[in-house]
Structures are given as structure tokens and as C-alpha cells.
Design a protein around this ligand. Structure first.
Ligand code: SF4
Length: 260
């Protein structure tokens, strides 16, 4: 889903990350500080994710961590797309006799965790696109057997289940009807946390995800067929100021003609 969101900002970066991922640099005395800094930033996200999960468990929330939706998109339904959800919380309303989990309707809340050094006042367009797509596809596919669960080491816990089956099988929660699904971006730094939302499902966004996946697939196929040293220049790219350029691992090799 993050690739699909990135396609809206810079198709070239989204495509290159898929077909020409940068291999890790060998650590040397010259670059170790930069590599360590980057690793600490990456690991900080994992540490915070564990911390947030533990705080949900400690407070008795029914939460599914690391849910995966594996779906085929595109006109011929032949483009594989995986959507990852950091946390999905399921709340079931009480029945008339006061019992929970019986005939009640369920509310579903998705949280996309973003770890940052400093929290800004507004979410980025890229993150907003990602959660809009997430919540729209979750809503559209909730009753299809396309959901998987893995543990922290990547081992498969559940496979090819509907969302409702995962709720029953993993959480022990009976979901008879889904009342509403909403998504939030939860930005967390070492000192504070801020949630941005709410984001609601939309058919328009689900269609946009399918069209964008189709477009990315098409560019990737074309690029693979006509691969040559400079062929990535032909891939459409972000115009004008783009926040991604400051973090882009391809910026140096594409400069100066990447903005041509
Ligand atoms: S440097 Fe900027 S425009 Fe070029 S590929 Fe990276 S993100 Fe896209």
C-alpha cells in the first residue's frame, strides 16, 4: 500500500524501489556513523511498535497486530498487492442482556504507526494516501478469505481467512456485523504521540488503488523489457518541490537530470 501511495508522489521512486532496490552499503570507518544513525531510525520504529502494542494489551484492548491483506487488483485481477495494517482494534457493543461479543455490532479501528524524531502539525500527503487506501480496501474485502497473520519473526499464524474469521479465531471475538471502520495515523516520537484522523473507507479510493497498482505494474513491465542504463529517466517523476527527494536513495545517481 505504501508503494501505491508513493506512486501518487513520485512514480519513479516507487518503481525503482521495487525493481532496483539499493543493496546495503558495506560498513567502513568512513560511513559507519551515517549507517548507525540510519539503523537507529529504522529500529526506533520497531521499538515503538512493541511499546504501543504492549500498552494496548495492558489496557485490555482487542487488537490484531500486523494483519495482512493479500489481494489481486487491476482490470484482469492479476496484480498482486499486499496491504499491511500495523494495528486493528475491534470493539463489540453489548447485547441487550449485557453480554459482549454475542449479537452485537463491531466497530473497527485501524492505526498506522509512524515514528518520527519530531511530530509535525499535519500528516504528510503520502501517509494520508496510505491510510485512505488501507481503510477502503479493508472495508471492501472484509468478507473475503484474503487475510493473513504473521508473528514478529514472519512465521505464518493464520492464512487465507476472512477478517471476520480472524477476529473469531485470533481474538475470540464474534463479529456479526461491522458497524463502521475508521483509520488513524498515530505519529509517535520519543517524547510525545499525536493521532491524525479520522479516515473513512471510500469506493473512490479503492478504485484509485486498483488504477494506481495497474499503472505501476505497467511501468515495471515496460522497464524490465527495455532495461538499459538510463531507462529509469523515462519513468514519470515528482515535479517541483517534493519532500521525498530529500530522503531518496536514488537522488544522487539520478541528479542532475532527474528533474529534467
Ligand atoms: S530524487 Fe525525487 S524526483 Fe527523483 S526519483 Fe527520488 S523522489 Fe523521485
Amino acid at each position: 500500500m505504501s508503494d501505491i501511495a508513493m506512486m501518487q508522489e513520485c512514480p519513479r521512486l516507487a518503481v525503482l524501489r521495487k525493481i532496483e532496490p539499493m543493496s546495503d552499503e558495506a560498513v567502513t570507518m568512513q560511513n559507519y556513523e551515517r549507517i548507525l544513525k540510519r539503523q537507529l531510525t529504522l529500529q526506533r520504529g520497531h521499538w515503538l511498535e512493541d511499546g504501543i502494542a504492549n500498552s494496548f494489551y495492558a489496557n485490555g484492548f482487542k487488537v490484531i497486530p500486523q494483519l495482512e491483506l493479500s489481494i489481486m487488483l487491476g482490470k484482469k485481477q492479476d496484480i498482486p498487492v499486499k496491504v499491511h495494517f500495523d494495528f486493528v482494534l475491534v470493539g463489540t457493543t453489548q447485547t441487550g442482556d449485557g453480554n459482549t461479543g454475542g449479537n452485537g455490532e463491531s466497530s473497527v479501528r485501524v492505526l498506522e504507526l509512524k515514528s518520527t524524531a519530531n511530530i509535525s502539525n499535519t500528516p504528510t500527503k503520502l501517509h494520508e494516501m496510505q491510510v485512505q487506501g488501507q481503510v477502503s480496501l479493508l472495508s471492501k474485502c472484509a468478507h473475503l478469505p484474503m487475510f493473513n497473520l504473521r508473528d514478529a519473526h514472519g512465521n505464518e499464524l493464520r492464512k487465507n481467512m476472512t477478517f471476520v474469521e480472524i477476529c473469531k479465531n485470533y481474538l475470540g471475538v464474534t463479529v456479526n456485523a461491522i458497524k463502521e471502520i475508521k483509520d488513524w495515523i498515530l505519529c509517535v516520537s520519543m517524547n510525545e504521540a499525536k493521532a491524525f484522523g479520522e479516515y473513512f473507507p471510500s469506493d473512490w479510493f479503492a478504485d484509485l488503488c486498483a488504477d494506481t497498482a495497474q499503472e505501476q505494474w505497467k511501468i515495471m513491465q515496460k522497464y524490465r523489457q527495455k532495461h538499459s542504463k538510463n531507462s529509469s529517466y523515462s519513468i514519470p517523476h515528482a515535479k517541483g518541490f517534493c519532500l521525498l527527494c530529500s530522503f531518496c536513495e536514488y537522488a544522487n545517481i539520478l541528479t542532475p537530470i532527474n528533474k529534467s
